[in-house]
Structure formats: structure tokens, C-alpha cells
Design a protein around this ligand. Sequence first.
Ligand SMILES: *Cc1c(COP(=O)(O)O)cnc(C)c1O
Length: 385
Amino acid sequence: MIKTPKLVMIPGPTPVVRSIQDQMARETVAFGDAGFVADFKGVVADLKSMWRCDGEAFVIAGSGTLAMEMAVANVTKRGDSVLICSHGFFGDRFIDMCANKGLAVDTLKAEWGSVYTPEQMDAALSAKKYAAVTVTHVDTSTGVVVPLKAICDMMKKKHPDVMLIVDAVAAAAGAEAWMDWGIDVLLTCSQKAFGVAPGLAILWASRKAVEKRRSLGTIPESYADFERWIPIMNDPSKYWGTPPVNMIWALKESVRIIKEEGLEERYARHIRQAGYFVAGMEALGFRPAAPKEMRAPTLTVFFYPEGSGLEDAAFRAKLGEEGIYSAGSLAGFAGKSFRLGHMGNIDKHILVGAMAAVERACLKCGYKIEPGKGLGALQAGLAKE
Ligand SMILES: *Cc1c(COP(=O)(O)O)cnc(C)c1O
């Protein structure tokens, strides 16, 4: 029997292209190796300039959650107040993290499938003195994207002293964000729109955030401390925690691919591909959780068609047999919808393969669709590319 590899269509990890895999398979060298040191330095410099960062960029072994923790650790101190703006599961993840650190936590919550406005943020931030505010660029539980540019503009105008932390784990390199919009800490990790295997936390800190960190003096964290890592990021021949050599090479190849495509085109491509894919799913009767103007370009939560008889666990198991890994939904969305990622190094073959598998899974689960209906809508879009 021919074994077909499964496409990883969950919202991270995302498909890892051959040239990136090849970097992970290279013979590992000493972290002081001159070639590696130059590669590491180059990656950090590229990240800084590509995201228009006037401060520092960090590439650290860890996952996105470490990056979240690191962001909070470096711009707040015990007793500070922080406003957590949440429109889903990952927004909420900051709550315990900040409370356990001894911060006074207030929340601004939007209903799942929706988002708060910059005006609501402004009102909440005006009520008392906050050290920092957290925003989740795309919440992976809902597939909703926040109006980040409008939020940044509001922050610049009304609350320039409050540190703006943006969790862009399910967005960076797939949905538009630039540090010079006024973001203080932007964070992500390797396995989402960068299309690298899991293993790296990636952060950008504005000059203002770096200065804020300096003003805090000694902080309780060590591994998560910007001050420990800045000398390494500026000169990776120095040591503070062994760098994951092969992962950094893999990230370097990912950054090369992103540069070749161009970040602006990459953002635009994500929007176009998401539009085509959602049109295909809608043709099959699936309904995205997010209204059109709030829909993330990187992943979609799809509600099962009414009356389709599709049962979540059985459908996703069948989808797996047909060659696609999908993700179940969380909390209130669980059972009624499922999640598909479409971020990173996604090409036409992958999108067509995914849609075809969805159609076969529908048919095999007894939902009588017209075969090719979703594919037809998707192909009509892809043919414009
Ligand atoms: C995946 C994700 C995280 C957590 O990242 P891990 O690598 O799983 O630790 C945090 N925030 C968002 C928005 C995510 O999508």
C-alpha cells in the first residue's frame, strides 16, 4: 500500500518545506563555530530589520508560551497593573501568567467569534494607571484577528506610556504587523506562520521596551531575561544557554524564503489564500466562526453545516484517514466546529489536497455533498494566482 504523508493543517505546527527540513538534518556544529555564529547573527539582524524594530530581536529555545512569559517578565514588575484584552483561549492564557507573577490583572473580554474595539481599550486604559496591556493578534481558538493598526494608533495617541505586548504567535509572518506601528513587544514562535518545526520562541522588543527592562533593575527571571540575552543576540559567539543550532539554521532558511517572497506579498498572499479556501468550505456548507471583517488570514474555525449530520470526532478521524490533520475546537466551540490552519509556506497543492480530503471525509461520513463543489470554488480563486 502506498503511504501518503499527512498534511499538517492544524494551526501550528504547519507544513515544513523540504529545504527547512534539510537544515534540521545538518550535522550539528559547536555553537561557537564561526559559520554558525555568523548565521545566527544574520537571522537576528534580518528579523530586526524586516519587522522595522528599533530595539532588539530574540531567538530563544522554547515555545510560544515562553515568549508570552518573557514579554510580561521584562516590562512589568510585581504590583504593577496590567490590562489583558482577550477574545479567546490564548488571550486568557495571559491571565494566570500575570496573576501568578504578582501583577494586578484586569481584563477586557470580547465574546468568542468577535473582538473588542480600540475605543473599549481606550476606556479601560483610562480608568487607572497600567504598566502594560496585552493583545492577541489572532486568537487561535476563534480565528478572529484584531484591528491591530487601529489599536496601535490609539495607543500611540492616548496611552504612549503603557507597554503594548502583542501575542502574534498565530499571526507573525502571516498577518501584517510592524514594530514601528508602536508595538513594544511582539512575540511568536517557529511552528506557526514561519513554517519551521516547534522549538523556537521569537520576540521583538522596541527601544522603549528595552529601556523599560533596564529601568527594572534585577528581575526574578534568568532564562527569560532580555538583559541576559541582549549580549548574545548582538554577538552570538558569547554564551548564555546553549542555542538550538539546527533550529536556528532552519529559521534562517525560513527567513530566506520570507525575504524571497517579500513580507508584504506574504501578508497579501495569506489574505488571498484564506479567501479562496473559505469560499470552498462555504460552498460545502461550512460556516466560518468569524464575521468577514474580523476573519484571520492564518487559520479558520469552521462550524459544521446545519443538518449535515457530521459528528466532530468521527469527521476529523475520517479527515485524518484521508490525509489531513485538523484541530478540534476549544471550550464553547468544541464539537460544533473544527479548526484548519492555512498559514506559512502553503502552496496550491496543499490547499487543493486539503479541500479534496474534506470533500471525501464529508462523503464518507454520509454528508451528501456534490463532489468537487468546494474544490471548484477554491480552484476558481487559485486560477487567478
Ligand atoms: C500556539 C499559540 C500560543 C502558544 O504557543 P506554544 O508554542 O504552544 O507554546 C500562544 N498564543 C497563540 C495565539 C497561539 O496560537
